[in-house]
Design a protein around this ligand. Structure first.
Ligand code: GLU
Length: 374
């Protein structure tokens, strides 16, 4: 029997809340339910965990206000509904968490923000800084500008990308079902909930089917896609019943749910990705001091770079070489090649004077580095 991770041991948790939990088609926002979830989130933070919420509900809230309650919405109608509903959604989260002493920050992302490396770094840095400042990021897709080709369309996969991007160790998908069943439970009385999925096999994928409800776009299939993204990125994922009061507490209390386990951890998964998956676009030649600093786990500062080769953009992978020419490792660079050339050999204190804006002090952050040749 597989041992489940200790829920209370997680340090960074992403909680995805589906539209059908948050919004009643007739009565609008389910304020009491949200308040109970707010208590759970406050308790999780009180135990020292960073929490990020990925909340759906903008379209569901906005369509009622605009009188678009019936039927399937056209793209422009969804965008209009999201424009109206997102304000209400953010307000609801800010109020509920504010009452519990938690500051929230709204982050709206599109597909490009998580899939293009440069924007990925920007989104990740903002989320990281909000968490450093003890604020709680509330994330949704920027539905008002996302068109079909460039949208996620479902917050399950978006939440999984946010979780791996933020180096979360757990993603909780609160849903209107309590987990993955061997067959659709509505039509098959013999269907059984699968409590632990150590690996996503073809058989598991086949169990997912395709259904989606009127308000939430993601059925079980997008949840399995999310599980793939999360577990390859080093994040455990759990699908749990969100329809109960205090749904996070219910998971802690052992209520039935489905765990998708990762064999990796976010940092090592990310480093494997940096080491192997990206084509390096440039080379940084380091001095002895910088070479030993990064070997001891520090970030790379501009002062330790003697020379650079190649043309690269912020977020590209570059190789770091020791004075003897040996490859020290690879990393995602925080500046493009012309900026890096200006900064090389200079103190981080001079960055704003050299570039005309206040940039980050390190060229490559230690979390964005994989040491040892790939
Ligand atoms: N982003 C959409 C919204 O806030 C929801 C997408 C989904 O249901 O997964 O309305």
């Amino acid at each position: 029997m597989t041992t489940l991770p200790d829920f209370s041991g997680f340090r960074r948790v992403v909680i995805k809340v589906g539209s059908s939990l948050l919004v009643d088609p007739v009565n609008g926002l389910r304020a009491e339910w949200l308040a109970a979830l707010g208590d759970d989130i406050a308790a999780l933070r009180a135990r020292g965990a960073d929490v990020i919420v990925v909340s759906s509900g903008a379209i569901a809230l906005g369509r009622g206000v605009l009188g678009l309650s019936r039927g399937v919405l056209k793209l422009e109608e969804s965008q209009a509904a999201a424009a109206v509903g997102q304000i209400a959604l953010s307000k609801a989260w800010a109020e509920v968490l504010g009452e519990r002493g938690i500051t929230t920050g709204q982050i709206l992302v599109t597909l490009g923000d998580t899939e293009e490396r440069q924007r990925y770094l920007n989104a990740r840095a903002t989320i990281g800084r909000l968490l450093d400042l003890k604020a709680l990021p509330v994330v949704n897709e920027n539905d008002t500008v996302a068109t079909n080709e460039i949208r996620y369309g479902d917050n399950d996969r978006l939440a999984a990308r946010v979780a791996t991007m933020a180096g979360a160790d757990l993603l909780v998908l609160l849903s209107d079902i309590d987990g993955l069943y061997t067959a659709p439970p509505g039509s098959n009385p013999d269907a059984k909930l699968i409590p632990v999925i150590p690996r996503i096999t073809a058989e598991i994928e086949a169990m997912a089917g395709g259904a989606a409800s009127e308000f939430s776009r993601g059925g079980m299939r997008t949840k399995i896609e999310a599980a793939k993204i999360a577990t390859t990125g080093g994040t455990h994922m759990v699908i749990a019943d969100g329809r109960v009061r205090h749904p996070l507490q219910a998971i802690l209390d052992g209520k039935a749910c489905s765990w998708f386990l990762t064999g990796s951890n976010p940092v090592s998964a990310r480093k494997t990705w940096i080491a192997g998956a990206l084509e390096p676009k440039g080379v940084l030649h380091l001095d002895t001091g910088a070479a030993s600093a990064i070997r001891s786990g520090k970030s790379l500062l501009p002062a330790g770079v003697k020379r650079i080769d190649g043309v690269f953009e912020r977020g590209d992978a570059v190789v770091m070489r020791a004075p003897d020419g040996g490859e020290l490792g690879r990393g995602l660079i925080g500046y493009d090649s012309s900026e890096t050339a200006l900064l090389a050999g200079r103190s981080s204190r001079d960055i704003s004077e050299l570039l005309g804006y206040a940039g980050r002090p390190e060229l490559i952050h230690r979390d964005d580095m994989a040491l040892g040749s790939a």
